[in-house]
Design a protein. Structure first.
Length: 334
């Protein structure tokens, strides 16, 4: 049997090993010069005034919530279509997560959906660029007019495109994940980036450690040097999928994306999840609102019919062809 093509895979080359090896043989593997350099380089890449590193993206979010003085019984708005760890960070503060719906037949939400849940107890709003899909400037401008702290979840989205920076600058803070299968890997790690002086001062007051080591930072520095190439490869693979999958991929083609994931709509997700060739996934493991006995029809509908196709820089052309053939076969069986 052919080896299963994984859904996610860290893109590592000899250069990554060399960066880590040099740090290893320096004898200094705790947080030192490499951590400082990675902070500086990443900060310059995304063009933010301030940065702090943490052990994970979830920890980074938790620290933002603490710095915003989110406390017991405060309410935080977040999408139901997101990683469960986001809700855990909110609950850890003693706050109450309030889940909002997506737009109909869309993987992302909107001002219209989010504003429905706004009330006087909402102390922060979390917005995520799920799968790398961009929110447009107008939507975020309308959200910022609510005068509630906006938190940008960038676990699926790292960009220094000027229009993306304009959008990001409307947020109070952004948090990033450098987990092994994310866009840019340090093994484990995360970051908070902001232009807000007061928030940064609060982050510094609460900081307990350096977040990552020089070994993590060395891998991060190597990955950051390659990152623009990673984005180009993701875009090339996406275009190859669009060209060969036709109407199967038409729903994603309407969005602007950096293609962290490549979702499609299918009639029977079980056929894909049971594939012996490709490790297809749902995109998110489960919806968060179902445990809170809420009803969000748009996101429930989209969750049922979404399958995520492997898309990462190290995919070979042969693997891409196998993925396309398997998708077509399973679609035809539906």
């Amino acid at each position: 049997m052919d080896k299963l093509i994984p859904h996610s895979h860290t893109s590592l080359i000899q250069k990554d090993f060399n960066f880590i090896k040099d740090t290893f043989f320096s004898g200094i593997t705790t947080a030192n010069d490499k951590v400082d350099l990675f902070k500086k380089e990443f900060q310059n890449y995304i063009q933010k005034e301030y940065i702090e590193l943490y052990s994970s993206g979830t920890s980074a979010l938790y620290e933002i919530l603490l710095a915003l003085n989110i406390k017991k019984n405060d309410q935080v708005l977040l999408p139901s279509y997101i990683c469960e760890s986001i809700k855990k960070a909110v609950l850890k503060c003693g706050a109450i997560p309030i889940l909002y719906d997506n737009e109909k037949d869309s993987w992302i939400s909107s001002y219209s959906q989010i504003s429905k849940k706004v009330n006087k107890n909402i102390k922060a709003i979390i917005v995520n660029h799920i799968f790398g899909i961009r929110y447009n400037l107008e939507e975020i401008e309308k959200l910022s007019s609510l005068n509630i702290p906006l938190i940008q979840d960038c676990a699926h989205f790292i960009s220094n495109n000027q229009s993306d920076i304009e959008v990001s600058n409307l947020f109070t803070a952004s948090f990033y994940s450098f987990n092994a299968t994310k866009l840019l890997a340090t093994g484990e790690g995360g970051a908070v980036c902001t232009n807000n002086d007061n928030l940064f001062k609060e982050l510094c007051k609460n900081k307990l450690d350096n977040g990552i080591s020089d070994l993590n930072a060395s891998l991060g520095l190597s990955q950051l040097e390659q990152y623009n190439d990673f984005l180009l490869k993701r875009n090339d693979i996406a275009n190859y999928y669009f060209e060969n999958l036709g109407d199967i991929a038409i729903d994603l083609k309407q969005y602007s994306s950096i293609y962290f994931r490549f979702p499609i709509f299918v009639k029977d997700d079980s056929k894909f999840l049971n594939s012996k060739k490709i490790a297809f996934r749902k995109g998110v493991d489960k919806l968060l609102h179902t445990t809170l006995k809420d009803y969000l029809p748009n996101v429930e509908n989209i969750f049922k019919k979404t399958i995520s196709i492997p898309i990462y820089p190290s995919l070979t052309k042969i693997q891409q062809k196998i993925i396309i053939d398997e998708v077509k076969r399973l679609i035809n069986e539906n």
